[in-house]
Write a protein that binds this ligand. Structure first.
Ligand SMILES: Nc1nc2c(c(=O)[nH]1)N[C@H]1C(S)=C(S)[C@@H](COP(=O)(O)OP(=O)(O)OC[C@H]3O[C@@H](n4cnc5c(=O)[nH]c(N)nc54)[C@H](O)[C@@H]3O)O[C@H]1N2
Ligand SMILES: Nc1nc2c(c(=O)[nH]1)N[C@H]1C(S)=C(S)[C@@H](COP(=O)(O)OP(=O)(O)OC[C@H]3O[C@@H](n4cnc5c(=O)[nH]c(N)nc54)[C@H](O)[C@@H]3O)O[C@H]1N2
Ligand code: SF4
Ligand SMILES: [Mo]
Length: 695
């Protein structure tokens, strides 16, 4: 692609918008000069990031003007995955996809279509709307290893989801498996944490790595990968034993405290040291520092979500917060009230899915809480494609997910994609997953679409500045398919209509939101005092009887990871890179230059034992599979822990993107997932590391 394929759609000047290189949502200023976008900067007036823009945000124009963007729909002409395609027009592309979807519906039933999406770019609800209208209960996403164990733990425990109230100046923030200053997830930018720290907030960090945040923390608990549930329960044990809990809150607003007190007797810090890897005295000190803070918040990240106890850790930490009186407290974990637009709650049109389709959701039999949230489980999807169990899945429509490197057991994912009857992928790039498709649909990035950004308790406007080739937005593609499938009634004629309609309930249109740019719903505190909690009991469910009814444990437990000692002596885990976004951006020069190769960190003792030099290529193996990475020797982790780059591929290597070579998920499996959410276990996997022969 050459530069002339990018058309600027706005006048010269500085324009306000919201970045979406990741799902953080920083306010950004876009400078347009001489008819070209020349600079993207942080918006100092946006309360979310106050002028900050990370390395990824600063690479936005490399994405817009990059020469490897998809610019036209493609039709596969050679064997699947070979990379042979020819360009076709949009009419033909959408007709072909709609045809395939229509045939699937008639021949096998609508559930034989799986609609997949990746890291949300504010179109997730559109995808659900499409799936529900079409009639398939099967929407696949990374929810089970990302955000949803927390979301669903919150909903079952207190009928809501909480966010850290940084502006309320917490005395303590407990950062649990969350490297916020690097990852800035979900509308809460790490700079807000760092501002609070500057104002005096103290940090407790639970992370196997001594990260930059851990270095600045009052307490760092270097948990053994996967030991989180035991550690959280040990902290609850300590707080109850020391009588450091909030008696009034517990008495007036909770259910099951006595059961909890009995239950955690088994989790004393001394008894769980072998599971947590943290000295009992350190656990006690940190727990009491948290409990004695007048207001404390918990920031829970994927460090503790990608393990078989994800749901239990999430419940345990909600309970820790509650018994210390921090739920909905100023400077604590605040229940936000979503803006009243047609958005997260109503846009998916859940009621459109016929009742008889719900029980057909793949994975619903095993992972009932995940299914309750509307998500199919990936292993069940691969089973349905490969073994036609419990019914055949023949067709997939993928919007913005690189399934082949981001899901557990990539080789099985590959086998599944390879045997589909029809696969369509919408993406900006020809990823290894897109290269498997029958039809590839080119989509525009964040600078190429008008969108409503909905985060926590605010809405903002994202603006369309440019058109790249023939790219379309996901919303336009889904509307185009819906019309062809006779579902047009549930969609809008144009994107502009949809934006206005969605804002109408708050008395605005898109123009007004654009002018105002950012609109927040003010936070209110301790709403439970007048309203109770939105649970059946009206109280905070320490003991959750609904879970018992599902056949799950009503109090949080720790289940040890099923280790495979034969795979090697080290405990493998991963962390997201500051310069990439999951599998994205290895193709963007300035970011790749910061981290040219996939890195695996190991301790100097491990390096000496294996004969590995810092910077050398090594082989990491587990489950009979091997990937290669470059060693970084560091004493910021324990001698038996290794931390590897996740979801790596090589965009410069042609159609298959070299996805087999350095992709950590070839070493992960999905046989050790938890029951409730089906979270794959990416933590504490046994592995071996050795120098690459002849390297
Ligand atoms: N071992 C291990 N595995 C992991 C993780 C880990 O830490 N360790 N992390 C997990 C987590 S938390 C997650 S969320 C998943 C992420 O897994 P995915 O959801 O697959 O995420 P991405 O790699 O971000 O892939 C997103 C794709 O969407 C494309 N894209 C970007 N913007 C748009 C858009 O607006 N529209 C469309 N249609 N496409 C777009 C990008 O080019 C990219 O190819 O991976 C999980 N996998
Ligand atoms: N720059 C950048 N930003 C991102 C992403 C990215 O890839 N790059 N990905 C986005 C996505 S999809 C998500 S979900 C968020 C994730 O953002 P975070 O929640 O911050 O997740 P991670 O970086 O995966 O892991 C956080 C920390 O967990 C630690 N950890 C590893 N294993 C364990 C363990 O067993 N227990 C505990 N307690 N900690 C452990 C890691 O060392 C790491 O420091 O970030 C988002 N933002
Ligand atoms: S943190 Fe995310 S939203 Fe903010 S500047 Fe970086 S990429 Fe953009
Ligand atoms: Mo994620």
């Amino acid at each position: 692609m050459t530069d002339p394929e990018v058309t600027t759609l706005v006048e010269d000047g500085v324009h306000r918008t919201v970045c979406r290189m990741c799902h953080g949502g920083c306010g950004a200023l876009v400078d347009v000069r001489g008819g070209r976008l020349t600079r993207v900067e942080g918006d100092p007036d946006n309360p979310n990031n106050r002028g900050f823009l990370c390395a990824k945000g600063r690479a936005s124009l490399d994405q817009l003007y990059g020469t490897d963007r998809l610019t036209r729909p493609l039709l596969r002409t050679g064997p699947r995955g070979s990379g042979s395609f020819r360009p076709i027009g949009w009419e033909e592309a959408l007709d072909r996809v709609a045809d395939a979807l229509d045939r699937t519906r008639t021949r096998h039933g609508p559930e034989s279509l799986v609609v997949a999406q990746g890291t949300d770019r504010n179109y997730q609800e559109w995808l659900f709307r499409f799936a529900n209208s079409y009639g398939t209960p099967n929407v696949l996403g990374p929810a089970h290893v990302c955000f949803y164990p927390r979301v669903m733990a919150g909903i079952l425990t207190m009928g809501a989801f909480t966010f850290c109230d940084y502006e309320g100046s917490p005395d303590v923030v407990l950062l649990w498996g969350c490297n916020k200053s690097m990852t800035h997830g979900d509308g809460v930018i790490g700079t807000r944490l760092l501002d609070a720290v500057r104002r005096g907030t103290r940090m407790i960090v639970v992370d196997p790595r001594r990260t930059a945040l851990a270095n600045r923390a009052q307490h760092h608990l270097p948990v053994r990968p996967g030991g989180d549930a035991a550690l959280a329960l040990a902290m609850i044990h300590t707080v109850i034993e020391a009588d450091a809990y909030d008696h009034d809150f517990v008495r007036d607003h909770t259910v099951g405290f006595e059961d909890l007190a009995d239950h955690v007797a088994a989790y004393a810090p001394e008894k769980t040291e072998h599971l947590t890897g943290v000295r009992a005295a350190d656990v006690r000190e940190a727990a009491l520092a948290y409990a004695s803070a007048p207001a404390a918040a918990i920031e829970l990240g994927t460090g503790a979500q990608q393990n078989r106890n994800s749901f239990h850790v999430s419940r345990a930490l909600a309970i820790l917060s509650a018994i210390c009186g921090n739920i909905d407290r100023r400077g604590g974990d605040v229940i936000f009230e979503p803006p009243g637009i047609i958005g997260r709650r109503t846009l998916p049109l859940t009621e459109a899915l016929p009742t008889e389709q719900h029980p057909k959701r793949l994975g619903a039999d095993r992972h009932r809480i995940l299914s309750m949230a509307g998500w199919a489980h990936p292993r069940a999807v691969w089973d349905a494609i490969l073994d036609h169990r419990p019914y055949p899945v023949t067709t997939m429509l993928v919007h913005g997910s690189n399934l082949l490197v981001n899901y557990a057991d990539s080789d099985r994912v590959h086998a599944a994609l390879d045997s589909l009857g029809f696969l369509a992928v919408a993406d900006l790039y020809l990823t290894p997953t897109a290269a498997m498709a029958d039809i590839v649909l080119p989509v525009g990035g964040w600078l190429e679409r008008d969108q409503i950004v909905e985060h926590a308790h605010y809405v903002a406007a994202r603006r369309r500045f440019a058109q790249v080739g023939e790219c379309r937005s996901d919303e336009e593609i889904l509307s185009g398919l819906a019309t062809r499938l006779g579902l047009g009634d549930t969609f809008w004629d144009t994107t502009a209509d949809s934006l206005d309609a969605r804002l109408a309930p708050i008395g605005m249109d898109f123009k007004a939101l654009t002018d105002q740019h950012y609109r927040a719903t003010p936070l209110t505190y301790e709403k439970y005092r007048t309203q109770g909690f939105a649970t059946r009991s009206g109280r905070f469910n320490i003991r959750c009887d609904a879970l018992r009814a599902f056949g799950y444990a009503p109090l949080p437990v720790h289940r040890p990871v099923a280790e495979r000692p034969e795979d090697g002596p080290y405990l493998l885990t991963s962390a997201h890179s500051p310069f990439f976004f999951n599998s994205e951006f290895r193709n963007l020069g300035p970011l790749r230059a910061k981290e040219p190769d996939p890195v695996v960190e190991l301790h100097p003792e491990a390096a000496a034992r294996e004969g590995v030099q810092d910077g050398a290529w090594v082989l990491v193996s587990a489950r009979g599979r091997t990937v290669r990475m470059r060693a970084r020797v560091t004493d910021t982790i324990a001698p038996d822990v290794v931390v590897a780059a996740a979801t790596w591929w090589y965009p410069e290597r042609g159609a298959d993107g070299g996805w087999r070579e350095s992709n950590l998920n070839r070493l992960t499996g999905d046989d050790d997932e938890n029951e409730e959410m089906g979270s794959s276990n990416f933590r504490g996997i046994r592995c071996a590391v050795r120098p690459e022969p002849d390297a």
